[in-house]
Design a protein around this ligand. Structure first.
Ligand code: PLP
Length: 442
């Protein structure tokens, strides 16, 4: 069959949708055909407030003119250039702009997604350890309930069982720290809970079991997002840092969600003042206009690769066809400009207390067993219906959608992460709508 013979059925069936209950969706589709600022619009013209920045990524709001113009201009000029052994100016410019945003990280490597950033970070960690003569350090430590995308590296260090159970052995040599979510001690705490820093000591037990000389790196999300917004206890991340430093283990923060203003700082490592050796980003890096990710490495890491490889040799055998794609770099540069001009990270910090009060005002709603928040991330956890995990939250999701609000659910938790351009009236609408919805959810 030639391409000209292909007829276009335009049905819903051909597409195998990602992370979706395909059969339910196709019976009752939810489609967005336009977006603007804080809103999506359905094909029949209904307005839906974006309470989740798409998938935690449209931090500057939708369809921002400077980003659209930058991408349009770029595609007219240079549609694509390879990144292996040749380059194009925008990728260098964007890399410099990014490293200029954060002290102590003088190099970035580009990817096209969060999953690729995670795999890249894990590979940098392994190769770095080998380059400094620590080739036995091949094990990784992740954390229960961690989400690090869907590559084999990411699901191996990740700790969400449905993402793992069908996929065989994955990477070997992985341990998981205990997660930090504990309703007995921390339910309804505003911001970071006081209880739980000692959970980082779990790493000492793993070190005692395997010996530090076998462990390359620990990877955690500073705030676990996709698993339901799990806020790190006060002092937890610092303790993790100390234990890693003591044992020569690299610390990787997965900042795919927390990067680019979500907590009111450029990155979570600045917000918490805890410096990982490597951190991953994606999503907000281009405001999701063009897919992209970047992995930041701490000063000295890149230098080791440059020193160890023989002159003329490729120093790191890794990269993607679309690493540093011109359109992504154009989108990224324009996105950083929007963040800067509108001071959106400071705006997130300023609105965080208002957002906190709004989400915690839902604590007395039916079936709510926890409310938690940090920066512009919030979660309302519902008690699960026995033997029907996720059903209650999905009902809330559907009802919120019908009332003009997009939320995200994971397990039986409703997660909220509005674009940083959100206004108080939008936050009020989010809280009122969720309150209304929870009255009728079974
Ligand atoms: N890491 C974290 C912390 C994430 O939240 C996500 C996505 O939500 C990913 C990695 C994977 O990103 P992507 O879906 O772009 O591959």
């Amino acid at each position: 069959m030639s391409i000209s013979d292909v007829t276009v059925p335009n049905d819903l069936d051909s597409l195998w949708m990602p992370f979706t209950d395909n059969r339910s969706f196709k019976k009752q589709p939810r489609l967005f055909s336009e977006a603007d600022g804080m809103y999506y619009f359905t094909p029949d013209g209904r307005k839906v407030l974006d309470g989740t920045s798409g998938l935690w990524c449209v931090n500057a709001g939708h369809r921002r003119k400077p980003i659209i113009e930058a991408v349009s201009k770029q595609v007219e000029k240079l549609d694509y250039a390879p990144g292996f052994q040749v380059g194009h100016p925008l990728s260098f410019e964007f890399a410099s702009r990014l490293t200029g945003m954060v002290k102590e990280y003088s190099h970035v490597m580009f990817t096209n997604s969060g999953s690729e950033s995670v795999d890249t970070a894990l590979k940098i960690a392994l190769a770095y350890q080998r380059n400094i003569g620590q080739g036995n350090r091949t094990r990784f430590v992740g954390r229960e309930r961690g989400y690090h995308g869907v590559g084999f590296g990411g699901i191996s260090v990740g700790g969400i069982s449905p993402n793992r159970k069908m996929f065989g052995n994955m990477l070997t040599g992985i341990d998981h720290l205990k997660h930090t979510h504990n309703l007995e001690h921390n339910a309804f705490v505003k911001g970071q809970p006081e209880w739980g820093a000692h959970l980082a000591d779990d790493l000492e037990s793993i070190v005692a079991l395997h010996d530090a000389s076998n462990i390359a790196a620990v990877i955690v999300e500073p705030v676990a997002g996709s698993t339901g917004v799990l806020i790190p206890p006060q002092g937890y991340l610092k303790r993790l840092r100390e234990i890693c430093t003591k044992h020569g283990i690299l610390l990787i923060f997965d900042e795919v969600i927390t990067g680019f203003g979500r907590l009111g700082d450029s990155f979570a490592n600045e917000y918490f003042d805890v410096k990982p050796d490597i951190f991953t980003t994606a999503k907000g890096i281009t405001n999701a206009t063009v897919p992209m990710g970047a992995v930041f490495v701490r000063d000295g890491i890149y230098d080791v690769f440059m020193e160890v490889a023989p002159e003329g040799a490729i120093e790191f055998f890794h990269g993607y066809t679309y690493s540093g794609h011109p359109l992504a770099c154009a989108a990224g540069l324009a996105t950083l400009e929007v963040y800067r001009e509108e001071d959106l990270f400071a705006r997130a910090a300023e609105l965080a207390p208002y957002f906190q009060e709004a989400v915690h005002s839902l604590a007395d709603c039916k079936n709510v067993i926890d409310v938690r928040n940090l920066g512009l991330m919030g979660a309302i956890e519902l008690e699960s219906i026995p033997n029907k995990l996720t059903v209650r939250a999905m009902e809330a999701f559907q009802k919120a959608f019908e009332r003009g609000l997009l939320v995200r659910t994971t397990g039986d938790t409703i997660a909220l992460s509005p674009p940083l351009i959100v206004e108080r009236k939008h936050i009020d609408f989010i809280a009122e709508t969720v309150r209304d919805v929870l009255k009728t959810v079974h």
